[in-house]
Design a protein around this ligand. Structure first.
Ligand code: SDX
Length: 428
C-alpha cells in the first residue's frame, strides 16, 4: 500500500471520499475502493472486471500494450525456449527457479503421484463412449476429493502442497483416460522412467500390442505448448478457481470449477473453435474475405476464433512462440500444411484490416495451438483438455497464493439492482 491517496468528489452532494492508492512492482496502480461505499454510498461498476484488480499477485505479469508475459519475472519467450514444463511448475509454485537438486527432487515427487486409484478408472468408464473430455475431466477432478480425505485441509500448508503435486502429476493420466475411453482402448499406466511430457504422450498413444516412442520433435512441441499455457494472471478460469476457493472449497472442487470455466469457446475452448473455423473454411470453400466480413458484421454472432484478447492489445507473445513451433513441427513431422498455410493467410489478412487494427485484435495463444495438436494426432475434442492440463499449475499456484494472502476473504461482488421495488403479493 502506498501513502498516496485519491480524492473522489460527488458533485451532487459535494461529499468527498479519500481512497488509498495500491502500488505494485510494475504495471497499473489501483485505487483501493474498499471504503468507497462507506464514505460515499457509491459502489464501483465494472462488468467483466476489465478495470478491476481482484487481488495482488506475484506469480505472472502481463503488459497487454507491449505484448509482455512474465512468470515470476522471467519472459515467456525464454522459458519456452530454455526451460521445461516441470521447471516452470516449480517456478510458479515456489517463486524461484529450482537448482539441480530441487529440480530432481520435484520431478521425483511428481512422478510418485502420477497414478490414480483404480476406482477413478472405473468411474470414468461410466461415461458415454462419446462424452466430451472436459465433462469427464471436470467431474473426475472434483471426484478426486473423495479419495484424499487425509489431505484436503486448506489451512494446512502440507495438505496444500501435496494436493498441488497430486493435481500436476495426475492431470496427464486423467486427460489420457478421457482419450482412451473415447477410443475404446485400455487405459495406459504412467511410466516413471519417462519425462513428464514423454510420459503424457505415452499415456495417450501407447497400446498393449506394440512399443510406442514419440519423436523428439513431438515431445518438444508438446513441452512448449504446456509451458505457454501454464499461467496467465487473473483470466476467467483462474478467477473462477480463486472465487470457488475463497469459500473454503477444497482444491479439487476449486480446480474442477476452473476446468468448467475454461471449457467456454471464448476462453479455453477457443483452440477447438479455431480448428472448427479453419476446417469450415477449407470444407465450405468460404473465402478469407467472406469470413472476415462475417466477423465484422454486428448482426452476425460469429467472431474470429483465435483473435482478440481481453488484455493483449498487441501480439500475444505466446502466439509468436507457437507459430514458430508450428512451422518447425510441420516441417519435421509433416501435418496439415494447407491448414497452416490458410491460418497464415488469414492472420495476414486480419492484420491488414482496419476493423481489427483499430480494435487491436491480434492472434492469441489459441490461433496456432490447434494445428500443432492436430499434427501430434491429438483429436479436437481433447484440445481444451490439453489447455486444462497445462493450466492446472497456474490455477493451483493462484489458489495457494490466495490462501496465504493477508487480505484473503470470501469473494462476494455487489450489483446495480434494476428490478422492481417492493410490491405486495395479490391479496397479501
Ligand atoms: C484465452 O484472459 C486470458 O488471459 C485468457 C487466455 C489465457 O491464457 O487464460 O489468454 C486464453 O482465453 C485467449 C482468448 C481466446 N478466445 C478467442 O480467441 C475467442 C475470440 N475472441 C473474442 O471472443 C474476444 O476477443 C475475447 C473474448 C478474447 C475478448 O473479448 P473482449 O475483451 O470482451 O473484447 P471486446 O468484446 O471488448 O472486443 C472489442 C471489439 C468489439 O467490437 P466493437 O464493439 O468495438 O465494435 O472487438 C470485437 C468486438 O466485437 N472483437 C472481435 C473479436 N474479438 C473482439 N471481432 C471479431 N472477432 C473477434 N475474435
Amino acid at each position: 500500500m502506498s501513502s498516496k491517496t485519491v480524492t473522489v468528489t460527488d458533485p451532487a452532494s459535494g461529499n468527498t471520499a479519500e481512497l488509498p492508492v495500491v502500488e505494485g512492482t510494475v504495471g497499473n496502480n489501483a485505487i483501493d475502493v474498499r471504503t468507497l461505499a462507506k464514505q460515499s454510498g457509491y459502489f464501483t461498476y465494472d462488468p467483466g472486471f476489465a478495470a478491476t484488480a481482484s487481488c495482488s499477485s506475484a506469480i505472472t505479469y502481463i503488459d497487454g500494450e507491449q505484448g509482455i508475459l512474465l512468470h515470476r519475472g522471467y519472459p515467456i519467450e525464454q522459458l519456452a525456449s530454455k526451460s521445461s514444463y516441470l521447471e516452470v511448475c516449480y517456478l510458479l509454485l515456489n517463486g524461484e527457479l529450482p537448482n539441480s537438486t530441487e529440480s530432481d527432487d520435484f520431478e521425483n515427487i511428481i512422478k510418485n503421484h502420477t497414478m490414480v486409484h483404480e476406482n477413478i478408472g472405473r468411474f470414468m468408464q461410466g461415461f458415454r463412449y462419446d462424452a466430451h473430455p472436459m465433462a469427464m475431466l471436470s467431474a473426475t477432478v472434483a471426484a478426486l476429493a473423495s479419495f484424499y480425505h487425509d489431505s484436503i485441509d486448506i489451512n494446512d500448508p502440507e495438505h496444500r502442497q501435496i494436493t498441488a503435486h497430486r493435481l500436476i502429476a495426475k492431470m496427464p493420466t486423467l486427460a489420457s483416460y478421457c482419450y482412451k475411453h473415447y477410443r475404446g482402448q485400455p487405459f495406459v499406466y504412467p511410466r516413471n522412467n519417462l519425462s513428464y511430457t514423454e510420459n503424457f504422450l505415452h499415456l495417450m498413444f501407447a497400446v498393449p500390442a506394440e512399443e510406442y516412442s514419440p519423436s523428439p520433435a513431438a515431445i518438444r512441441a508438446m513441452e512448449t505448448l504446456l509451458i505457454l499455457h501454464a499461467d496467465h494472471e487473473q483470466n476467467a478460469s483462474t478467477s473462477t478457481v480463486r472465487l470457488a476457493g475463497s469459500s473454503g472449497a477444497n482444491p479439487f472442487a476449486s480446480i474442477a470449477a476452473g476446468i468448467a470455466c475454461l471449457w467456454g469457446p471464448a476462453h479455453g475452448g477457443a483452440n477447438e473453435a479455431v480448428m472448427n473455423m479453419l476446417d469450415d473454411i477449407m470444407e465450405t470453400g468460404e473465402t478469407i474475405e467472406s469470413t472476415i466480413a462475417r466477423a465484422k458484421d454486428k448482426n452476425d454472432p460469429f467472431r474470429l476464433m483465435g483473435f482478440g484478447h481481453r488484455v493483449y492489445k498487441n501480439y500475444d507473445p505466446r502466439a509468436t512462440c507457437i507459430q514458430g513451433v508450428c512451422h518447425d513441427l510441420l516441417d519435421e513431422l509433416g501435418g496439415d500444411q494447407p491448414l497452416f498455410q490458410l491460418a497464415r493467410e488469414l492472420e495476414e489478412a486480419v492484420l491488414a484490416d482496419d476493423y481489427f487494427k483499430e480494435r487491436k485484435l491480434f492472434p492469441n495463444v489459441d490461433f496456432y495451438s490447434g494445428i500443432i495438436l492436430r499434427a501430434l494426432n491429438i483429436p479436437m475434442n481433447m484440445f481444451t483438455a490439453m489447455f486444462a492440463m497445462a493450466r492446472t499449475v497456474g490455477w493451483i499456484a493462484h489458489w495457494q497464493e490466495m490462501h496465504t494472502d493477508p487480505h484473503f476473504r470470501i469473494g462476494r461482488p455487489q450489483q446495480i439492482y434494476t428490478g422492481p421495488t417492493r410490491r405486495d403479493y395479490p391479496g397479501a
